[in-house]
Design a protein around this ligand. Structure first.
Ligand code: NAD
Ligand code: ZN
Length: 345
């Protein structure tokens, strides 16, 4: 089969590779029908994630059709259409029982990191029963791909950890696919005002179409001054960081109101400065972490009800065997006005 393989920092290739096989009784082999590229894949390609070693097939989002199941798999059979979670987990250990699937004692692997991923014709999913979801009849498969990672990430690590409540003023920093997923899922909780902050005017325009009430363009406007002016000097109830650089975490510390919540979603490659002397006196809560995708069943139901349409995030489509061209576009997202790219088998 063909797969997109990481060959060390800056190097990738679309190569012939052995088709995955059932290795453990709980494995499922899925024929990938749609996958995509995530900002995290670009981090890996830069060499920012040393745990990923050369030869690894990248990708952790997708939908497909079950090709084969191990003897212990109970929920799926060949031919079943499935949504793939970016995290594989046993569902039975102490951490899985607390729905912390990313911390599973027998896995918790993100696909395309320590095990091969979805940017391939076939993928092996360990613990298939707990790591795949049946696709509801008639569901939009492009929307479903957004439920592998980015929508649960926005909801769990941004909105739920940030404890967004009706009427709140919230700020989201970073209008990439993850920040946009925060924007879409925050609206389940009816915040009064949603301010999106980014440096890219096209992404801010899109954010307004997706429900942001206000936008601030970094580089043109000062986010701290603007937020303070908007809130009569009080600050926001919830600040959600969806970039992963010290400067944006610093903005969160400056715009948060007394008693507010800072939810850090971005993956930071370098330490950030924590102003505990200012945060303590303001009774600030700070949260962060890796997505568990425990909200996927809830998001599937919400998708069915028509309350949210994450397919709006898809801007480009390519055939899977043109994935190198897709990486070229995604790597120049601002110039190409790219958000999510669907790769069709
Ligand atoms: P992205 O790179 O597509 O988007 C980031 C956005 O931030 C861009 O629109 C960019 O213009 C903007 N930006 C960059 N620097 C800025 C600055 N100084 N001020 C304001 N805006 C700035 O990334 P993404 O795919 O949306 O992911 C966002 C972050 O979430 C990444 O760090 C990613 O690794 C992380 N992530 C975390 C989890 C988790 O489990 N917590 C899961 C998935 C992704
Ligand atoms: Zn487990």
């Amino acid at each position: 089969m063909k797969a997109l393989v990481y060959n060390g920092p800056g190097e990738k290739d679309w190569v012939e590779k052995d088709k995955p096989e059932i290795e453990k009784p709980t494995d499922v082999i899925v024929k990938v029908t749609k996958t995509t590229i995530c900002g995290t894949d670009l981090h890996i390609l830069k060499g920012d994630v040393p745990a990923v070693t050369p030869g690894r097939t990248l990708g952790h989002e997708g939908v497909g059709v079950v090709e084969a199941v191990g003897p212990a798999v109970q929920n799926f059979k060949p031919g079943d259409p499935v949504l793939i979670s970016c995290v594989t987990s046993c569902g039975k250990c102490a951490n899985c029982k607390r729905q912390l699937y990313a911390h599973c004692a027998d896995g918790g692997w993100i696909l395309g990191h320590l095990i091969d991923g979805t940017q391939a014709e076939y993928v092996r999913i360990p613990h298939g029963d707990n790591s795949l979801y049946p696709i509801p009849e008639g569901a939009d498969e492009e929307a479903l791909v957004m439920l592998s990672d980015i929508m649960p990430t926005g909801l769990e690590i941004g909105v739920q950890y940030g404890k967004v409540k009706p009427g709140d003023t919230i700020a989201i920093i970073g209008a990439g696919p993850v920040g946009m997923s925060v924007l879409l899922t925050a609206q389940f909780y009816s915040p009064g005002r949603i301010v999106m902050i980014d440096m890219d005017p096209a992404r801010l325009e899109l954010a307004r179409q997706f429900g942001a009430t206000d936008t601030i363009q970094v580089g043109t406007d000062d986010p701290v001054e603007n937020i303070m002016a908007m809130t009569d000097g009080v600050g926001v109830d919830v600040a959600i960081e969806a970039v992963g650089v010290p400067a944006t975490f610093d903005i969160c510390q400056k715009i948060i109101s007394a008693g507010g919540n800072i939810a850090n979603v971005g993956v930071h490659g370098t330490p950030v400065e924590l102003h505990i002397e200012e945060l303590w006196i303001k009774n600030i809560n700070i949260s962060m972490g890796l997505v568990s995708t425990n909200t996927t069943p809830m998001l599937l139901k919400t998708l069915n009800s028509g309350k949210v349409n994450p397919a709006k995030l898809v801007t480009h489509r390519f055939k899977l065997d043109k994935i190198l061209d897709a990486y070229e576009v995604f790597g120049n997202a601002a110039r190409e006005k790219a958000m999510k790219i669907i790769l069709n088998a």
